[in-house]
Design a binder for this molecule. Structure first.
Ligand code: FES
Length: 211
């Protein structure tokens, strides 16, 4: 075959030379995704599900919810508030003693405008629960808060330390007065205010109580 014949033959389209049409690429139908996209999608979906499975419980645990009981606000009905000068009433759920001070000067000389004070039952020394001892006689007076563990003794009118190894007076919780005369006590270590001789000045007046 001469060179001229060879060039003439190459110029003829392939279909005519072999007698069959050349297959063109089949276009992908609309809406179908490729296998590569499917595999990648499956991989990332699986990874996300695994991460949610591992981290989900931790986030669920850390998510703050409405705190109930000790550590949150404790409502106290007006009927559960002791009268001014009366014996302290214990709130077990909120772990506090509710004392109602008369206005004026306490028997130990502290000035107070009177009102309600919430004393944390936890002893500031080593954390024992401090009971109210109505019959305990000390310094010529009857009725004290006295810790059973090491004897720290606190006044009825404000939980002020007068004796024992406790480093300070009983800690207090903030008290909020509601319109209906009930109160809400914010409890828990985060809300506690360190006790001091000025505890009686933290008392919150409740309207309607007569001395
Ligand atoms: S724990 Fe109360 S005096 Fe020690």
């Amino acid at each position: 075959m001469t060179l001229a014949n060879l060039r003439r033959q190459q110029a003829v389209p392939l279909e005519e030379r072999v007698g069959t049409p050349v297959a063109s690429p089949v276009p992908r139908p609309r809406g179908l995704v490729s296998r590569r996209v499917l595999i990648l999608g499956g991989f990332w979906s699986g990874l996300m599900l695994a991460l949610i499975g591992v981290l989900g419980p931790s986030f669920d645990f850390l998510y703050p919810r409405r705190v109930r009981g000790f550590g949150g606000p404790i409502p106290v009905a007006r009927t559960q508030i002791p009268p001014p000068g009366g014996d302290p009433l214990r709130n077990f759920e909120g772990r506090f003693w509710l004392v109602h001070l008369e206005p004026g000067t306490t028997p130990h000389g502290e000035k107070t405008r009177g009102g309600v004070l919430a004393l944390w039952t936890k002893c500031p020394h080593l954390g024992c629960t401090v009971p109210w001892r109505p019959e305990f006689n000390f310094l010529g007076r009857r009725g004290w808060f006295r810790c059973p563990c090491h004897g720290s003794t606190y006044t009825k009118d404000g939980g002020i330390r007068v004796y024992g190894p406790a480093p300070r007076s009983m800690d207090t919780f903030p008290v909020e007065v509601k319109e209906d005369g009930s109160i809400v006590v914010e409890t828990g270590p985060a809300n506690a205010e360190k006790g001091s001789p000025d505890n009686p000045s933290r008392a919150v007046k409740i309207p309607g109580f007569t001395v």
